[in-house]
Design a protein around this ligand. Structure first.
Ligand code: PHE
Length: 503
């Protein structure tokens, strides 16, 4: 029998009496680990060896863990300072202890949280008392960190490693350990005599020019063999999903809108019949620009019609807001809190000239809000804006469009709830179900524009419109629970690396 070099080396190095780790076999046979693994799988396919797999968990120190091995865990430094200051006799002020312990910045909070958790003592109204019987020398977390620093097995149970991991002091890593053993068939083959077959694993220019490629035997591909993982840059899933949303909407006959991120309150709010004293128009909700603070080119006739809608209402029965309206406020520049500003620019004819119905437009763009960061809110996020202009639109058209759109992303359980917007009547909020938690998640807001919006814009047919959250769509598609998993310093790198957006 003839076998390629690597297979022959593995077969000869492995044993028929015991499972041997492949890494060991590779070193002894002078093969790269990946080559040895590939050879072992090929031999296994031919029944000459058996390959077994086990998952091995290893724990290693992080940089912060290493730092604490040198400096001491913050809670132990606090304990030592407290004992020195006599806190085992009577409580000592926390401020004094922090100074004495040399703890600074975040280390203070870390010390306090773990001090109490590990039973070193108590902190009550700024006074620290310690348990005189606590024994920092045999602190299991400290011992585990020190053993790791010495290159030993931490020799600790989960109850010790778990908190160290969540404190970011150690990292757990799982790896697959493979072992090989020669089968009876393999032993028979060896006894009958196996020699090395000439195989070529790489096509070179020489092989091609000499024509030799026709006679050589090529190594077979093994797509299951371990390969090194390359983590190069890739398009962020948010961007990938945004592109997919664009494709879907273009497929549904929509055209894309573009426009400024910082815009006049006129386009962001006034055209939308939002009174100038509406709470959403203050800095509590929107970011204002200091420099420049105003827009120059507003279409005068439109400004006049919008002002009149706010003051006097629209149509014979219309009634305006009985609150002040100034052009100065309308000119002010803000970061847009929604992309409905773009819809106003397009519907008014200001952006690309007048549009005749039917029309469909969309944008997938960033918006900015002065929100408090939490698992479902960011200061900036992507809004999927869209509108359809046509005669005789109804709520059924709106719901049908959403059902069709979300179905493309595998979301088929939409719920609608009546809502209020100053600019649409009727208005609906949209909800989906989170695939992991089962919670109902708001994914968007929509409605049919009011007369008070359309009439000043010069539109005399129906327009239905919406703003959907791209991030929330992602949460429903991929099941993550915290929006910060995909953004910023808390992001889940594994998720970002591994998630594939299917087109
Ligand atoms: N602007 C709304 C969405 C919306 C757009 C158009 C019509 C109705 C609602 C929002 O940001 O929530």
């Amino acid at each position: 029998m003839k076998l390629p070099h690597a297979q022959l080396a593995v077969l000869k190095t492995a044993s028929a009496d015991e499972d041997r780790p492949l890494t060991e076999v590779a070193t002894e046979a002078d093969l790269k680990p990946a080559a040895a693994t590939r050879a072992a799988f090929e031999l296994e396919d031919d029944g000459l060896v058996s390959v077994s797999e086990e998952t091995d968990e290893s724990v290693s120190l992080t940089d912060e863990g290493r730092q604490y091995v040198e400096e001491g865990l913050p809670e132990l430094r606090l304990y030592a300072a407290a004992v020195d200051a006599g806190a085992d006799e009577s409580p000592v002020s926390l401020g004094q202890l922090i100074g004495a312990s040399g703890l600074e910045g975040p280390a203070v909070d870390i010390a306090l949280a773990n001090f109490a958790r590990k039973g070193y003592g108590e902190v009550d109204s700024g006074e620290v008392s310690v348990d005189p019987d606590a024994d920092p020398d045999s602190d299991p977390e400290r011992r585990a960190l020190e053993r790791l620093a010495d290159g030993d097995d931490p020799d600790a149970d989960e109850a010790t490693i778990d908190p160290l991991e969540s404190r970011g002091l150690v990292a757990r890593e799982e790896s697959t350990v493979r072992s090989v053993q020669v089968t009876d068939e393999g032993v028979n083959a060896l006894m009958a005599g196996v020699s090395e077959a000439e195989t070529v694993d790489r096509l070179t220019p020489e092989l091609i020019t000499s024509g030799e490629w026709e006679d050589v035997e090529f190594t077979e591909y093994n797509v299951e063999a371990d390969a090194e993982q390359f983590q190069g840059g890739k398009e962020h899933i948010l961007r990938q999903t945004a592109n997919r949303v664009k494709d879907v909407l273009v497929g549904m006959g929509f055209e894309e809108m573009e426009g400024p991120h910082a815009d006049a309150q006129f386009w962001i709010n006034d055209c939308l019949f939002m009174p100038q004293d509406h709470p959403a128009r203050t800095h509590w909700d929107q970011f204002a620009l200091e420099e420049p603070s105003e827009i120059q080119d507003l279409p005068e006739d439109l400004v006049e019609r919008v002002r009149s809608a706010h003051k006097d209402g629209v149509g014979p029965d219309g009634d305006g807001y009985h609150s002040p309206w100034t052009e100065e406020t309308a000119r002010r520049l803000d970061l847009r809190g929604h992309t409905t500003s773009l819809s106003m620019r397009y519907l008014s004819g200001h952006q690309i000239g007048e549009l005749e119905p039917p029309q469909r437009y969309f944008s997938v763009e960033k918006v900015y809000r002065n929100d408090t960061l939490d698992p479902t809110h960011l200061l900036e996020f992507f809004q999927i804006e869209g509108w359809v202009m046509a005669d005789d639109l109804s709520v059924r058209d709106l719901m049908g469009t959403f059902t069709e759109f979300y179905e493309r992303f595998g979301i088929t359980d939409l719920d609608f709830k009546p809502h209020y917007n100053p600019y649409t009547e009727p208005s609906f909020e949209l909800f989906g179900t989170h695939p992991e938690t089962g919670d109902i998640v708001e994914v968007g807001n929509s409605g049919i524009f009011r007369e008070e919006v359309l009439s000043p814009l010069g539109v005399d047919c129906d327009v239905m419109a919406w703003g959907l959250s791209l991030e929330r769509l992602l949460m429903l598609m991929y099941g993550f629970e915290d929006i910060r998993d995909v953004h910023g310093t808390l992001c889940d790198l594994e998720l970002l690396r591994d998630v594939e957006v299917v087109h």
